[in-house]
Design a protein around this ligand. Sequence first.
Ligand SMILES: [Zn+2]
Length: 70
Amino acid sequence: MLTTTRPRTTPVPPPCPDRACHTDIHGRLWKDTTYLRNDPDNWRWYCSRCGQHWMPTHEQFAWYRTLPVA
Ligand SMILES: [Zn+2]
């Protein structure tokens, strides 16, 4: 079912998939748009704790596309 309404609450970025980061305050992912260029779906998650980039899931690409997640 398609909906055009935007969510009322700003979604919180997910925690890092690395379980070692879950308990760390820096273990939340950042939306890294460094390589965005012309493709709005070319962003990646970045974990400032372990320094790794993670591929967003299909749902996350749709969910976070237009939202200003820092
Ligand atoms: Zn991490």
